[in-house]
Ligand binder design. Structure first.
Ligand SMILES: [Zn+2]
Length: 125
């Protein structure tokens, strides 16, 4: 993910994202932005201190968004876990490169790409 996109997360949710390594394409930017917003809201609503939770790694694995985090509070974990699951599921049909609707590639490396990005890959090869 491009540096300026990661920087926008760090500006808005520094306590959630500044320790995190981002290893996904730019197409999942909106998914991540909404996920951080929902998680942040859950922390605010629960009245937690901001050091209660932080993401450590955001990566793509087998065509799916994987968000790793540490959380010091069990109750909060029960709240944020389904939020994060929801966004990981959304990544299943979102092009990792451009954010359009996509499907998983079946040849070799599994990636979720839209028709246009798949075509670009074929031209490049
Ligand atoms: Zn695409």
């Amino acid at each position: 993910m491009k540096k300026h996109l990661v920087a926008s997360f760090e500006d808005d949710y520094p306590y959630l994202t500044k320790e995190a390594r981002f290893e996904t394409g730019d197409g999942w930017y909106d998914i991540l932005r909404d996920m951080f917003s929902d998680v942040h809201q859950a922390i605010v609503d629960g009245g937690y201190d901001k050091d209660v939770m932080t993401f450590t790694q955001i990566k793509e694995k087998f065509g799916t968004l994987n968000a790793y985090y540490t959380c010091k509070d069990r109750k909060l974990m029960i709240v944020v876990s389904p939020i994060i699951d929801k966004y990981e599921i959304m990544s299943h049909d979102t092009c990792e490169r451009c954010g359009d609707r996509g499907t998983a590639t079946t040849d070799g490396w599994i990636k979720v790409l839209c028709g246009r990005c798949k075509k670009q890959d074929r031209i490049r090869d």
